[in-house]
Design a protein around this ligand. Structure first.
Ligand code: ATP
Length: 283
């Protein structure tokens, strides 16, 4: 496997906040990554640095062997779609589509037109006239159609309903299958998108708290609910990712290491597949 992007011991302060501390992670060519973490964990700051939008205080970032900041040949290999404000409000959708091939060498006009139709986006409208969900769908259209070797989506679906988000995931996967590239998607909606990811980075308080393949997470992360004593005795067998209680029932989200998995009392666990992707993992 070839690394497309490598982040090494990265630290970054914004004003007086130490936002990232000693972050190291790698993103291989043609893989889809999830970036998860609670609000303020540092996801956007990390993605900004990878996309060459700002410089680290210490540590390094390389994309395709180059520091992305101010490096034109690297920057046009990266498409970064943010939560909002991706486009000038005075531009029409048509204007934007005309401009994009200059930014992204792999741009597909055909795919862009197909996605505009899918999301029912009117070509003549200005960005300022779009609803929040429509603006997000435009960002997603550009992100997918860019076919950039490193495509980054930072919570790109604000304002889109569940149906439109489903269309986004399907369109992304379909185009990725035909044109593989490295994709990083920062999200809170892990239960919706976990099937999309091959690997996941969890961030907590400006650091990478866990990095796992989705297969390992599916095998090793469990949400266990039951009487306090049973839950406490099982908790010692793994790493507690989250803990909660509701009306006398106690729950933990437990991550069990491979060597402990064999001895883990699986029969005592309610194995609800869906609950394994509970957002409580983020805590
Ligand atoms: N311009 C700034 N000046 C000072 N602090 C900032 C600035 N931008 C972000 N921060 C702080 O940096 C931390 C990380 O913010 P960041 O936006 O990277 O987190 P995030 O994980 O993307 O959060 P969210 O999921 O809410 O988007 C937060 O504590 C935030 O308050």
């Amino acid at each position: 496997m070839t690394n497309l992007a490598t982040v090494h011991q990265l630290s970054k302060k914004l004003e007086k906040n130490q936002v990232l501390t000693d972050v190291s992670c790698t993103f291989e060519k043609d893989m889809i990554y999830g970036l998860l973490g609670r609000n303020g964990a540092g996801k956007t700051t990390l993605l900004n640095l990878i996309a060459g939008k700002s410089l680290p205080d210490s540590g390094s970032i390389e994309v395709n062997g180059h520091k992305p900041f101010n490096h034109f040949d690297t920057l046009n290999q990266i498409c970064f779609i943010r939560e909002s404000k991706n486009f000038k409000p005075t531009l029409t959708i048509k204007d934007i589509l005309k401009m994009m091939p200059a930014f992204y060498p792999n741009w597909s006009s055909e795919k862009a037109l197909e996605l505009l139709e899918l999301f029912e986006l009117p070509h003549h409208k200005k960005v300022a006239q779009l609803s929040k969900g429509m603006e997000s769908a435009l960002g997603i259209t550009v992100g997918i159609s860019s076919r950039a070797p490193l495509t980054i989506f930072d919570e790109p679906y604000i304002g889109m309903d569940a149906h439109a988000r489903e269309e986004f995931y399907n369109a992304l996967l379909e185009d990725y299958t035909e044109h593989p590239r490295t994709i990083i998607l920062s999200t809170h909606l892990i239960d919706e998108v976990s099937d999309l990811f091959q690997e996941i980075y969890f961030m907590k308080k400006g650091q990478i708290s866990m990095h796992e393949t989705i297969n390992n997470l599916q095998e090793r992360a469990f949400m266990i609910t039951g009487p306090k004593d049973t839950i406490e005795s099982l908790s010692s067998q793994g790493r507690v990712l989250d803990r909660s209680s509701f009306m006398g029932d106690h729950s933990v989200t437990l991550y069990v290491d491979e060597d402990q998995l064999q001895t883990f009392h699986i029969q005592q666990i309610a194995q609800d597949r869906k609950s394994r992707y509970n957002s409580s993992w983020f805590t």
